[in-house]
Ligand binder design. Structure first.
Ligand SMILES: Nc1nc2c(ncn2[C@@H]2O[C@H](COP(=O)(O)OP(=O)(O)OP(=O)(O)O)[C@@H](O)[C@H]2O)c(=O)[nH]1
Ligand SMILES: [Mg+2]
Length: 315
């Protein structure tokens, strides 16, 4: 038990033989259970852990088929929900890029009721950022910017960071089967937490890159991320402003009408002044719409959210 919280740690494992024992040895003694998920690992990381780690808190789960990091984490989350004895579930990676000693810092906002989901942020400190390889830095910054639109969490700086802590009150209400199984899952968690109106907080973290070899195929991920962010953005706009009209629906409709008028005016050969005016009106209403959207970001205390969450899930 850590500061009065019963905590489980979920670690997705895929080709992490070289780093996992160091990760496990660094998990604070107050953590109640450590769940390593072997994600159909070709190096048999799960068996390697069984043979080399005698920590009594350890549970090793195996995905029959490789599912991707999100699929591995969902297996761990489902296990924790079934066990029904934890207040918070922490997720950290098996490749030693996240320092387990920071778990108490990550738990603090959840323990104090400021957030139902707390996550690492590598962009809060300039001295940390330079440790990230340049392509990864640019990729993560780009993804985090786009994720503000798709998730509705406008203050989140490092959406691709996978060092997280989630209150089990919130976790039980997440539709785990709808969350992406690939690398998009960290962003997708935010997209789904938004509908539960979960307050999310970021905690400053170091960026650690060591001997591990990256499995990320950049081009493939760019295509998947572009598609998924666009899909989640449109779904969010539909659910929040079309299906259930809200104050933000008015500027959204006016922006859509003004933008639709532009190509029509072009086709009819109208003069440029009218077309430019229409474009300016569309941009203005779009800005007003995003101001409404920003003000609707989930915030505030979330000590016990179950009732609200159940309602959101059923809607
Ligand atoms: N690559 C990969 N990792 C998986 C998979 N399933 C679980 N994981 C684990 O998910 C975690 C994150 O995967 P990484 O490939 O390191 O992803 P990343 O940290 O976002 O990217 P890097 O900065 O390149 O390390 C690691 O602990 C992996 O062991 C999978 O199918 N593929
Ligand atoms: Mg990694």
């Amino acid at each position: 038990m850590l500061n009065g919280l019963r905590v489980a740690v979920v670690i997705p494992c895929f080709k992490v033989r070289a780093q996992i024992l160091e990760v496990l040895s660094g998990i604070p003694p107050e953590i109640d259970e450590i769940i390593c998920v072997d994600d159909g690992c070709p190096d048999h990381s799960g068996s390697f852990i069984t043979e080399n780690c005698r920590d009594p808190r350890l549970t090793i789960l195996f995905n029959d088929r490789n599912q991707g990091v999100g699929g591995a984490v969902m297996t761990g989350y489902r296990h924790c929900i079934q066990r029904d004895r934890f207040d918070v579930v922490v997720k950290l990676d098996g490749d030693n890029q996240m320092d387990p000693a920071r778990i108490p810092d990550l738990l603090k906002p959840v323990r104090e009721g400021q957030a139902g989901y707390s996550k690492g942020n590598r962009f809060g400190n300039l001295r940390v950022i330079h440790k990230m390889p340049l392509p990864r830095l640019l990729g993560n910054l780009g993804v985090s910017l786009i994720c503000r639109f798709s998730s509705g969490y406008w203050h989140i700086q490092d959406s691709a960071n996978g060092y997280t802590a989630i209150s089990t009150d919130v976790l039980k209400n997440l539709p785990l089967d709808k969350i992406s199984r690939n690398y998009f899952f960290e962003s997708d968690m935010l997209c789904h937490l938004y509908y539960l109106r979960t307050a999310v907080t970021e905690v400053g973290m170091d960026a650690r890159y060591g001997s591990e070899t990256s499995n990320v195929n950049e081009l493939r991920e760019i295509i998947i991320f572009a598609f998924m962010h666009a899909k989640r953005f449109l779904q969010r706009i539909f659910r929040m402003y079309v299906r259930k009209p809200a104050a933000g629906t008015i500027p959204l409709v006016l922006a859509a009408a003004a933008s639709a008028a532009v190509p029509v005016m072009l086709m009819l050969g109208k003069d440029m002044t009218g077309i430019l005016l229409c474009t300016a009106i569309a941009i203005l209403f779009l800005v007003i719409f995003f101001i409404f959207d920003l003000s609707g970001e989930p915030r505030g205390a979330c000590r016990r959210q179950s009732a609200n969450n159940q309602e959101a899930k059923n809607s």
